[in-house]
Design a protein around this ligand. Structure first.
Ligand code: SF4
Length: 1023
C-alpha cells in the first residue's frame, strides 16, 4: 500500500477546518462499504456536536466519532491488552499509600512531616499525572532535577506509584495511552484497520498523545489534523498554536500543511480576528460585536443570559447554537446556574459542578466534621435543621430543636457530647414545670420542660450512638459506616431536585471507588480522622455533571481555556475585568519553570492567555457579546482587562460609551427574562398588561417589598417600616404612663438610638452570642464588680487600699471557684492565668481609686432606690412626674460631701459629651437619687470608675459644664441635662417615635437590631 500523507489543516477560526474534516470523512465513507474512519475530538460535548453535523449530512455510517481515550481503549481491547483504568480516587489512594509507606521507612526527607495530609497527596498526584502525560519516568525526573530534596521525594513516591500500578495490573489514562502507542508500533495492523483518522478541535497535544498519533503515522492510514493558525507570521495570540505546529512538524517529517481560508464570518468578526495577526486601524462592530458593563458579576451573568435568551426567543437561534464562556469558572458557575434556573434556560456544563458547593454534599462533610470536632454547638444545630437529614424519627422536630438550642445557651454548651449531656441532664433534673411558662407563653425562655429535656437527652444519645466510630477499621468498613449513617437519616431520599440527585449519585460513585481503591492498594487500618479528612479532600476536588436532556436544546457553558474546537452562532464572553483575564499566574512550588520546560511540562507562567482570548472571541459565527463587572466586592472600581480595552479601542468606543447596566435601572417589560422579572418590572411601572393578568396575585408582595425598600432608602427614617409607631401612641402612653418606673439603662438606650430602645426594651430582643469558653464581657463585668464590692465591705478599713487588697486576696479564691456555676460559663484552658490577671487588675484599681482624691471614704454599697422598699427618684418634666429606679454601686463621704461611683468594666463612652447627647444618664440620676430621694447628703461629685483600666471615665460631676445657655455648673448642671433628656425620651416613647438614628461614632455591637437595621453604621469603639 502506498504512502498516504499526514495533513495539517491550519487556519483562523471559521476558515472551514471542521467542514474539510467532515467532507474528508464523508468521501472516505462513500469510497467503500467496508471503509472505516475515526474522528477524534477533545471532549464529549464536541463529539456530540460533530455527530450531529455528520447526521445532518447523512453520512454517519462507517464513521466513529470519539474522544482519544475511546480510541486507546479500542486499540487495547483488540490487542488483548486492556487494563482496568485507575481514575482519580484510585490514583490518590496509591499516592497516599506510597507516602505513608515511605514515611514509615524514613525515606522522605522533604515531605516527611506532612506526609499524612490529603493536600499533599492531591498535589503530588497532580504532578505525577503531569509527568506521566509528558512521558517522564521517575528516573528521568531525578536525572533532570539533581539532588533537590522535594523532587527526590516526588520521584520516590512516583516510583512506588508506578510499581503499585504494575503490581495490580491497572493503569492510568496516560499509561493506557502510552501502552496503546506501544501496541501500534509493534502491531500496526490495528491502526491500518482504520482507513482515515481525523483529529479535530485540539489546540495543543500532550507528549504521550503525540506518541500515539506518531505510532499511527503509517503507510496506508491517512491522517488529518487541524490546528488554529494563520498564513501570516503568528502574532501574540497565535504563538501557542505555532509552537504546537512546530512540534507536529518535528514528529511528522512528511507533514503537509494546508492553510485554509477565507474566513466565513460577518465582516466585523473577521476584522476582530484579523486584529490578532496584524494591527488594525478600527472595526465597525455593526450588530456582530457588543460590549456591556454591569456592576457586579451577578448582574453581568444576568445580562449575558438575558442577551442569549433574547437571541433564542426573538431570533429563533437554537440553544445548542449558543454558548456562555467564562473567564473565572469558580466565581461565575454558581451564578450562571442560579440565574439560568430563574430564566428557564437548560444548561450543558462542560466542566460540571463542584461537589464542594453542592448542598447535600456539604451536609455529608459537615456530618464528618461533627464527629471529628466533637459536636460543636452551632454545627450540631445546623445539621439537625438540615432538610437533607430526617431527624424527626428521633423526636427532633422544629420545636424540639429550638428547645435544644435554648438548652445549649442555658448549659453554656461550646462543644463536646459530654457538654450536651450535662446541659440536658441539669434541665431534666430541675424542679416542677408548673411555675414555668410554656414555649409559646409570654415570658418563656424557650427552655424545654424537665420531661422534654429528658426526651431530648434520649434523642441525643440515639444520635450519638448512630454516629459512634471505632478507633480504626479498613476503608471499606468506613464507607459502609457512612452509607449506613446516611441511610439512617433517609439522606438519599431527600434530594431537593435533579442537581441534588446527580451530586448524590456522584457521591455513591466516589464511595464505591474508595472501596475499589482499597482492593487495589491492599487492606490497611484507617482512623476515622484519616478517613474523614481524606474523603472531604477528595469531595472538594471532585465535580459532577448534572444530567441533561439531550433531545432538547441546551445552552453550552464553558470555561475559557476549554473553548477550542467549539463553534456557535452566538457567544457571550463574561468576566473581562482586571485579574480575570489574564488571570494571575503563580509558579509551581514543586517543579520550577526551568525544569518544567526541560521536562516538556506545560509552563505555569506565561501560559499564553492571549491564545485563550483568541479562541474565545473566535467561537462565534454571528454575534459576540463581551461583558465585564465594574465594581469589586469591596465596592471599589474594578478596572477593565487589557483585552477588553483592546477590543473597545478597536471598535472605536471610549469606556464611558460602553453601556452600563444597573439592576435598578428601568427597562421595558419585553426585556424581562423570567416571570419574576415581569412581576418586578410591572410593579415598577405600576401596572400589568392585560395579557399578563394571570400574574396579578404575584404582584402584591412585591408592591409591599417596594414600599419597604423605598422607605428604608430615604435619607432619614420616618415610616411605619422603620420605627414610626405613632399609630399606637395611645397604647404606648398607657404602658409608659405616670405609673411606669424607668431605669437609667432604658433611658440611655433610647438616648443612644430610639430604635435600639424599640428592639431591646419594647420587643424584648437581646443580642445573643453563642457560648464560648471563659466568661463573656457581661459575665466578666459582673464578676469583677461583685469582687470589688465584697472586698470593700469585707475590709477592716475600706479607705485603706492595703486593707481592701488583703480582703480581696481572702475572698477571691472562693469567688473565682464559684464563678463558672454562678455566672454560667465554662473556664477556658487559660483560666488560671486569667484569674491571676484579673486579680492584679483589681488590686491596681483599688490603689488607683484611693489616689484620685484623698479624704473620701466609702459608706454605702449597692444602694437601691425605687426598689427594695426605697422610694423612686421623681423628676418633674413637661411629661409630668417621671419615676426612676436603680442601684448605686458605691457612695463615698468626705465631711458633709457625698460622691457617687458607678463601676464599669470597659472605658468607652463615659465622657461629658455622652451626657450632653443623652447617651449616659446614670451618674446624674444616681447623684440626684442619693441627694434628693434618699437624703444621704449633698452630692458634690460623681464618676464612672473603669475597673480594668484603673482610672476614672471622662465625666466628673464636680467639673461638669452644661450647654452654653446653662448657667449652672457641677452636679446641678448635670441634673438639668438629665431632666431635659428624660422629658425628651419619655415624650418620644409615648408618641411612638422609634426611628433608627445611628449614634455618632457608630452603632454599638450589642444593639439587637444591628443584624437587620438599614441605618447601621460601623465604627463603634469600645465594649
Ligand atoms: S443598628 Fe444603629 S441605627 Fe440601627 S437601631 Fe441599632 S443603634 Fe440604631
Amino acid at each position: 500500500m502506498g504512502r498516504v500523507p499526514v495533513t495539517l489543516l491550519s487556519g483562523p477560526a471559521a476558515s472551514g477546518k471542521s467542514h474539510a474534516c467532515l467532507q474528508a470523512l464523508l468521501a472516505h465513507a462513500q469510497s467503500s462499504e467496508l471503509a472505516t474512519a475515526w474522528a477524534i475530538l477533545p471532549d464529549r460535548a464536541q463529539v456530540v456536536a460533530f455527530r450531529r453535523q455528520l447526521a445532518a449530512a447523512r453520512g454517519a455510517l462507517g464513521i466513529r466519532v470519539e474522544t482519544l481515550p475511546a480510541l486507546v481503549e479500542d486499540v487495547l481491547i483488540r490487542a488483548g491488552q486492556q487494563r482496568p483504568r485507575a481514575g482519580l480516587p484510585v490514583q490518590l489512594k496509591l499516592v497516599s499509600s506510597a507516602l505513608l509507606a515511605l514515611r514509615q521507612t524514613d525515606q522522605l526527607t522533604h515531605f516527611g512531616a506532612i506526609a499524612g495530609t490529603p493536600g499533599l497527596s492531591h498535589m503530588l498526584a497532580e504532578r505525577i499525572s503531569e509527568l506521566r502525560w509528558a512521558g517522564v519516568t521517575p528516573e528521568g525526573l531525578l536525572k533532570a532535577a539533581g539532588p533537590q530534596p522535594g523532587l527526590v521525594d516526588l520521584a520516590a513516591v512516583y516510583r512506588q506509584y508506578v510499581d503499585q500500578l504494575q503490581a495490580i495490573d491497572w493503569d492510568d489514562d496516560a499509561g493506557l495511552t502510552a501502552r496503546a502507542a506501544k501496541v501500534l508500533r509493534s502491531q500496526p495492523e490495528f491502526a491500518l484497520a482504520l482507513g482515515l483518522l481525523v483529529v479535530d478541535g485540539f489546540a495543543a497535544f500532550k507528549p504521550v498523545e503525540l506518541d500515539l498519533l506518531q505510532a499511527m503515522d503509517l503507510d496506508g492510514l491517512e491522517m488529518i489534523l487541524t490546528l488554529p493558525g494563520s498564513a501570516e507570521p503568528p502574532g501574540r495570540a497565535l504563538q501557542r498554536f505555532a509552537t504546537t505546529q512546530r512540534e507536529l512538524a518535528r514528529r511528522f517529517p512528511k507533514l503537509t500543511t494546508k492553510i485554509l481560508g477565507p474566513v466565513r464570518l460577518p465582516a466585523p468578526l473577521v476584522a476582530l480576528q484579523s486584529a490578532f495577526e496584524r494591527p488594525l486601524v478600527g472595526v465597525e462592530p455593526g450588530e456582530s460585536i457588543s460590549l456591556l458593563a454591569a456592576r457586579s458579576p451577578l448582574e453581568e451573568v444576568q445580562e449575558a443570559l438575558r442577551w442569549l435568551k433574547a437571541r433564542h426567543v426573538r431570533h429563533r437561534v437554537p440553544l445548542d447554537q449558543m454558548a456562555l464562556l467564562m473567564t473565572e469558572s469558580d466565581r461565575y458557575l454558581p451564578l450562571v446556574v442560579e440565574v439560568a434556573n430563574e430564566f428557564g434556560l437548560p444548561l450543558r456544563l462542560q466542566a460540571g459542578l463542584s461537589m464542594a458547593q453542592s448542598p447535600p454534599i456539604v451536609v455529608v462533610t459537615d456530618l464528618l466534621a461533627l464527629v471529628r470536632r466533637d459536636w460543636p454547638r452551632g454545627l450540631t444545630l445546623d445539621l439537625l435543621r438540615s432538610p437533607y437529614l430526617d431527624v424527626e424519627s428521633l423526636g427532633l422536630e422544629g420545636t424540639r430543636i429550638a428547645q435544644l438550642e435554648a438548652a445549649s445557651y442555658a448549659g453554656q454548651v461550646v462543644a463536646g457530647i459530654e457538654q450536651w449531656r450535662h446541659a440536658l441532664t441539669s434541665l431534666g433534673q430541675r424542679p416542677s414545670p408548673k411555675e414555668e411558662p410554656t414555649a409559646d407563653e409570654p415570658g418563656s425562655t424557650g427552655l424545654p420542660s424537665p420531661a422534654a429535656a429528658t426526651e431530648l437527652l434520649r434523642a441525643m444519645e440515639q444520635l450519638a450512638h448512630r454516629l459512634k466510630v471505632r478507633p480504626t477499621q479498613p476503608l471499606s468498613a468506613w464507607v459502609a459506616w457512612l452509607e449506613d449513617v446516611l441511610d439512617s437519616f433517609d439522606f438519599f431520599e431527600r434530594a431537593a431536585g435533579q442537581h441534588d440527585r446527580d451530586a448524590m449519585l456522584r457521591l455513591r460513585e466516589v464511595l464505591r471507588t474508595l472501596v475499589l481503591a482499597e482492593q487495589v492498594a491492599g487492606p490497611a487500618e484507617w482512623t476515622f480522622e484519616a478517613f474523614a479528612r481524606d474523603l472531604t479532600a477528595t469531595l472538594e476536588r471532585t465535580r459532577y455533571r448534572p444530567r441533561i436532556d439531550w433531545r432538547a436544546g441546551n445552552l453550552m457553558v464553558v470555561g475559557l481555556p476549554d473553548s477550542a474546537g467549539l463553534r456557535f452562532e452566538d457567544v457571550a464572553l463574561i468576566g473581562l475585568s482586571e485579574g480575570q483575564l489574564p488571570a494571575i499566574e503563580r509558579p509551581d512550588p514543586v517543579i520550577n519553570e526551568t525544569l518544567r520546560s526541560a521536562l516538556g511540562l506545560t509552563p505555569r507562567l506565561g501560559r499564553g492567555q492571549a491564545g485563550d482570548f483568541y479562541l474565545a472571541v473566535t467561537r462565534s459565527d454571528r454575534h459576540l457579546l463581551l461583558t465585564r463587572p465594574t465594581l469589586a466586592k469591596d465596592g471599589e472600581v474594578w478596572e477593565p482587562s487589557p483585552y477588553w480595552a483592546e477590543v473597545r479601542q478597536l471598535i472605536g468606543l471610549s469606556e464611558s460609551e460602553v453601556p452600563l447596566v444597573r439592576r435598578g435601572d428601568p427597562r421595558p417589560l419585553v426585556e424581562a427574562a423570567s416571570v419574576q422579572e415581569v412581576a418586578f418590572l410591572a410593579v415598577r411601572r405600576g401596572k400589568l398588561p392585560k395579557s399578563l393578568e394571570a400574574l396579578a396575585p404575584r404582584l402584591e408582595p412585591l408592591r409591599r417589598a417596594r414600599q419597604v425598600i423605598e422607605a428604608r432608602s430615604a435619607d432619614s427614617a420616618s415610616s411605619v417600616f422603620e420605627g414610626d409607631l405613632s399609630a399606637a401612641h395611645k397604647l404606648l402612653s398607657d404602658w409608659f404612663g405616670p405609673t411606669a418606673i424607668w431605669s437609667p439603662t432604658r433611658l440611655e438606650s433610647y438616648g443612644t438610638c430610639p430604635h435600639l430602645f424599640f428592639s431591646g426594651a419594647l420587643l424584648g430582643l437581646d443580642q445573643v452570642e453563642p457560648p464560648t469558653l471563659g466568661p463573656d464581657p457581661r459575665q466578666l463585668g459582673s464578676l469583677l464588680h461583685a469582687l470589688l464590692e465584697r472586698a470593700y465591705q469585707a475590709a477592716g478599713a475600706p479607705d485603706d487600699p492595703e486593707s481592701v487588697n488583703q480582703a480581696l486576696q481572702r475572698i477571691a479564691p472562693d469567688a473565682f471557684a464559684r464563678a463558672p456555676a454562678a455566672y454560667g460559663f465554662r473556664p477556658s484552658p487559660l483560666w488560671d492565668q486569667e484569674k491571676a490577671e484579673w486579680l492584679t487588675a483589681l488590686r491596681e484599681t483599688v490603689i488607683a481609686l484611693a489616689e484620685i482624691e484623698a479624704g473620701w471614704s466609702p459608706f454605702a454599697y449597692e444602694q437601691s432606690f425605687g426598689r427594695a422598699g426605697q422610694p423612686a427618684l421623681e423628676i418633674e418634666t413637661d411629661q409630668g412626674t417621671i419615676r426612676i429606679a436603680g442601684i448605686i454601686d458605691r457612695l463615698d463621704r468626705k465631711g458633709d460631701q457625698v460622691r457617687v461611683i458607678d463601676y464599669k468594666t470597659g472605658g468607652s463612652h463615659l465622657s461629658s459629651g455622652d451626657l450632653l447627647a443623652g447617651r449616659r444618664l446614670q451618674l446624674p440620676a444616681y447623684a440626684l437619687a442619693a441627694e434628693r430621694t434618699l437624703g444621704l447628703g449633698t452630692v458634690t461629685d460623681g464618676l464612672y470608675w473603669v475597673i480594668r483600666q484603673g482610672k476614672a471615665g471622662g465625666l466628673r460631676l464636680a467639673r461638669f459644664k452644661g450647654d452654653e445657655d446653662q448657667r449652672e455648673v457641677g452636679p446641678k448642671a448635670a441634673y438639668q441635662q438629665l431632666e431635659q433628656h428624660v422629658s425628651r425620651i419619655v415624650q418620644g416613647v409615648r408618641h411612638g417615635s422609634f426611628e433608627p438614628e445611628a449614634p455618632a461614632g457608630g452603632c454599638p455591637p450589642y444593639c439587637p437590631a444591628a443584624g437587620w437595621c438599614w441605618r447601621y453604621q460601623a465604627g463603634y469603639q469600645g465594649s
